[in-house]
Design a protein around this ligand. Structure first.
Ligand SMILES: NC(=O)c1ccc[n+]([C@@H]2O[C@H](COP(=O)([O-])OP(=O)(O)OC[C@H]3O[C@@H](n4cnc5c(N)ncnc54)[C@H](OP(=O)(O)O)[C@@H]3O)[C@@H](O)[C@H]2O)c1
Length: 192
């Protein structure tokens, strides 16, 4: 059965933003080791990436190979090429088509969509935001595991990952790792 991983990139106060903090913006010849865990180590097993409409359009604009800056490090180009070739599912009621290769549009109840996708042929699935879609996933505990990339900033604004919940969700800790710029990666699995 295909496994669904939800990626959560948040500040300490649960905001889905990417603020600057010491050394975070410095150019590097290597990816942050936490991104290696969340992405590069998964290029072979993950064959589908799911995004809400805003996140999908933002990723296409920023991370497709067409958007690359000359002189970018090879690891960033590898990430762009992966995102171009992987199957992408955009969740939207408004869009009917997309010109980003290997993508399709789906809409409906998130639990039903993910259940249907699990039954399809393919490798594992990453639910890559944005915060609205991941919030729904967290509220209903729809993923099999969760990677929380926690940035050392209390930001106070921006989209929220946390909102009213139906009840308690308990997760099982698999691993914690410190990042290059004092982030923390928390890897949890669903407890069912
Ligand atoms: N990984 C990331 O992408 C990431 C991480 C952190 C922060 N951010 C930031 O977060 C912002 C975008 O996130 P967001 O939370 O505002 O939006 P989002 O989750 O990317 O997209 C929300 C949209 O997805 C569609 N959608 C969600 N569930 C659906 C369903 N079950 N069926 C059909 N459509 C569904 C709806 O679009 P329609 O209106 O078309 O129906 C909804 O308006 C950006 O500013 C981005 O920079 C992104």
């Amino acid at each position: 059965m295909r496994k669904i991983t939800a990626n959560v990139y948040m500040t300490l106060d649960g905001r889905g933003v990417f603020p600057e903090y010491p050394t975070s913006g410095q150019p590097s010849t290597e990816p942050n080791p936490l991104f290696r865990n969340m992405w590069y180590d998964r290029f072979d097993d993950v064959t589908t990436v799911v995004m809400g409409r805003r996140s999908f359009l933002g990723h296409q604009q920023t991370w497709s190979e067409k958007a690359l800056d000359p002189g970018e490090p090879a690891w960033l180009i590898d990430y762009r090429r992966y995102l171009d070739r992987v199957e992408k599912v955009c969740l939207s009621h408004r869009l009917t088509s997309s010109d980003w290769e290997n993508s399709r549009i789906l809409s409906g109840d998130l639990a039903e969509i993910l259940k249907k996708m699990k039954g399809e042929e393919g490798g594992n699935i990453i639910l890559e935001g944005g915060p609205a879609v991941v919030r729904e996933c967290l509220r209903r505990n729809l993923a099999d595991d969760y990677w929380f990339f926690v940035m050392p900033v209390v930001y106070g604004k921006g989209p929220r990952y946390w909102g009213p919940m139906d009840g308690q969700t308990t997760l099982g800790l698999i691993e914690t790792k410190p990042g290059k710029n004092k982030e923390i990666l928390l890897h949890y699995e669903a407890v069912r």
